[in-house]
Design a binder for this molecule. Structure first.
Ligand code: IPM
Ligand code: MN
Length: 366
């Protein structure tokens, strides 16, 4: 298996968590004799500082020539006064658009050993296994017109969707539901927004192609509540861009920390992989960041870009094993847990993974 991976570590904790994710991918490549190559590029605040643009042409060209893009995080407080199109985040939005992936998959799983790490009671979170399918290229993030007129004190953003855009992301949700518990919950605000009425209508129509999958609709405000009350009721959760951004952070509470959540964006020319968390400048460079979101993102690279399902599962199992053994980064630590650094956590997962793959290979050898 050959895979050319663009590594865009970005800002804040991006580089330290991405390093651990790359180590895991290198281990899988070595153990399975795969030819993975890694090509580093700049994005976000660091790219503004060194190249004057949050997405330099060299980075974009390299990303477009890769088989997968692994991104750390973007964002730096030093650019807070700049307008949206000049900020580090603009680089992320530009690369998402250029790569063309419209379906952002964000799994949210309540790992048993982390039951005590969530402020929610274990009996509420237990058994939660949701998959957000967040539309990533439409809605308020990209709709025009958009402006802020400082003189008149007026500003506008546009929530726009076409039927075609809703249809394609809905299909991804239904297809993925088929391989899971066969339920799609579509989130909208159809009691207020025309865009949501189009959304609901279109999803219902697509749902007819999938009679084996149950479809329900939820308004986004009550969905925000249901996710906290009965998270295990949900399987695939389909949302437009901004609703998915908000609800997936909320879902981080179930897992215990936003630092646990991975994501993959599929459907475009090149898949884009990024942990859900941000650049966390307050803890950057201190070895405090949780690399598990990035490592689980690496597992998604193996699953969705390399077709190495067994290895993807092995990485996820290695993460479970390390959590079972009681190791925690600071964000998920409680009481008697053993607190380890970003790098130590990466090493522990690496060790567990190597042991598991070795065992599988020796089983095949006899
Ligand atoms: C995310 C982030 C981004 C988003 C920001 C950094 C542009 O919050 O991936 O969830 O809003 O999509
Ligand atoms: Mn977000």
């Amino acid at each position: 298996m050959r895979l050319k991976i663009a590594v865009l570590a970005g800002d804040g904790i991006g580089p330290e968590v991405t390093r651990e994710a790359v180590n895991i991918l290198k281990a899988v490549a070595e153990l399975g004799s795969h030819d993975f190559t890694f090509h580093e590029g700049l994005i976000g605040g660091i790219a503004i500082t060194t190249h004057g643009s949050p997405l330099p042409t060299a980075t974009l060209d390299m990303a477009l020539e890769s088989d997968a893009v692994l991104l750390g995080a973007v964002g730096d407080n030093k650019f807070n006064a700049l307008p949206p199109d000049k900020r580090p985040e603009a680089g992320l939005l530009q690369i998402r658009q250029a790569l063309g992936g419209y379906a952002n998959l964000r799994p949210s799983i309540a790992y048993k050993p982390l039951a005590g790490s969530s402020p929610l009671r274990p009996e509420v979170t237990e058994g939660t296994d949701m998959l957000f399918v967040r539309e990533l290229l439409g809605g308020l993030y990209f709709g025009a017109p958009r402006w802020w007129n400082r003189e008149t004190g007026e500003s506008i953003n546009t929530m726009r969707y076409t039927k075609a855009e809703v249809t394609r992301v809905a299909r991804v949700a239904f297809e993925l539901a088929r391989g899971r518990r066969k339920k799609v919950t579509s989130v909208d605000k159809a009691n207020v927004l025309e865009v949501s009425q189009l959304w609901r209508d279109t999803v219902t129509e697509v749902g007819k192609e999938y009679p084996d999958v149950t479809l329900e609709h939820q308004l986004v405000d009550s969905m925000a509540m249901h996710i906290m009350n009965t998270p295990r009721n949900f399987d695939v959760v389909l949302t437009e861009n901004l609703f998915g951004d908000i609800l997936s952070d909320e879902a981080g509470v179930i897992t215990g920390s936003l630092g646990m959540l991975p994501s993959a964006t599929i459907g475009g020319a090149v898949n884009l992989y990024e942990p859900v968390h941000g650049s966390a400048p307050d803890i950057a460079g201190q070895g405090k960041a949780n690399p598990l979101g990035a490592i689980l993102t690496a597992a998604m690279v193996l699953r969705h870009s390399a077709n190495l399902e067994a290895d993807a599962t092995a990485v996820e199992q290695a993460v479970r094993k390390v959590l079972d053994a009681g190791y925690r980064t600071a964000d998920i630590a409680r009481g008697s847990s053993q607190v380890v650094s970003t790098q130590e956590m990466g090493k522990l997962v690496h060790q567990a993974l190597v042991e598991d793959i070795d065992r599988r290979q020796s089983m095949h050898a006899v």
